[in-house]
Design a protein around this ligand. Structure first.
Ligand code: NI
Length: 254
């Protein structure tokens, strides 16, 4: 049994066959799914999905890409969603200096507001960080203190950054891009993460595993990631499944 701790089944990519994708996940032993909100509307849809399916949980978050168009009205509406049952985390939230779709100033303001909400509601955080290592860690420590009850999603840093994330108590999660060819640094990071600090995610519809590269990803494919991680770490698939599932249940309280 596996848990996909981060996917976006609310995206329109799944409009034609959402139910089949969800059925396939269940048939293939995906025990739980955390569907991740990345906008106000996305969070509403995500909560809706969690209400419809007993094995789907939801996070609530506004992605840094949305920072320029998130005002006080949106934040108020967002705050009203957090009481809904099955909201198990705040995310994905963070900073993106790679695509820079919103100003850095607004990204930081939004990130801090989201972290304050997480503290207030006592929920873990799911962090998106692209090319913003220093600012992300600084803001996290500044608002949350230490340890940080959060996961660094779709880990993409080097060994030194990994160590700093682990040092402040974070979990680290990897996506199916670990299965790609020529991802030496990523495989090295997988080796270095203690298995009790590791989560599995697909980030579907993005980053389908090597066997389906370029196509749409889906929660059932988290199995390919678990197999790859077992190979890299030299442990049994069952052990990867057992421990990462336990980690996810503990982290999200599900
Ligand atoms: Ni995501």
């Amino acid at each position: 049994m596996l848990i996909d701790t981060h996917c976006h089944l609310d995206f329109k990519d799944f409009d034609p066959d959402r139910q089949e994708v969800i059925d396939r996940a269940r048939e293939q032993g995906i025990e739980r799914i955390v569907n991740v909100g990345s906008s106000l509307e996305g969070t509403e849809k995500s909560i809706e999905l969690s209400r419809k399916h007993d094995f789907i949980y939801s996070s609530a978050g506004i992605h840094p890409h949305e920072a320029d168009r998130t005002g006080s009205k949106e934040l108020e509406l967002f705050g009203g969603l957090l009481g809904a049952g099955k909201v198990v985390a705040i995310g994905e939230i963070g900073l993106d200096y790679f695509r820079n779709l919103a100003s850095r100033d607004n990204q930081e303001k939004l990130f801090r507001k989201m972290l304050d909400l997480a503290k207030e509601k006592d929920l873990p955080v799911i962090i998106h960080n692209r090319d913003a290592h220093e600012d992300t860690l600084h803001i996290l420590k500044d608002t949350m203190g230490c340890p940080v009850n959060g996961v660094m999603h779709c880990f993409s840093g080097d060994a030194a950054f990994l160590e700093r994330c682990l040092d402040i108590g974070m979990l680290v999660s990897f996506t199916c891009n670990v299965t790609f060819k020529k991802v030496g640094r990523l495989r090295e990071a997988v080796k270095l993460v203690p298995i009790d600090r590791l989560l599995l995610e697909t980030d579907a519809p993005f980053l389908a595993p090597q066997a389906f590269r370029g196509r749409r990803n889906e929660p059932a494919y988290v199995r390919f990631l678990a197999e790859e991680i077992a190979g890299i770490k030299g442990i049994d698939f069952e052990e990867v499944a057992r421990v990462t599932t336990m980690n996810a249940k503990r982290f999200f309280g599900i």
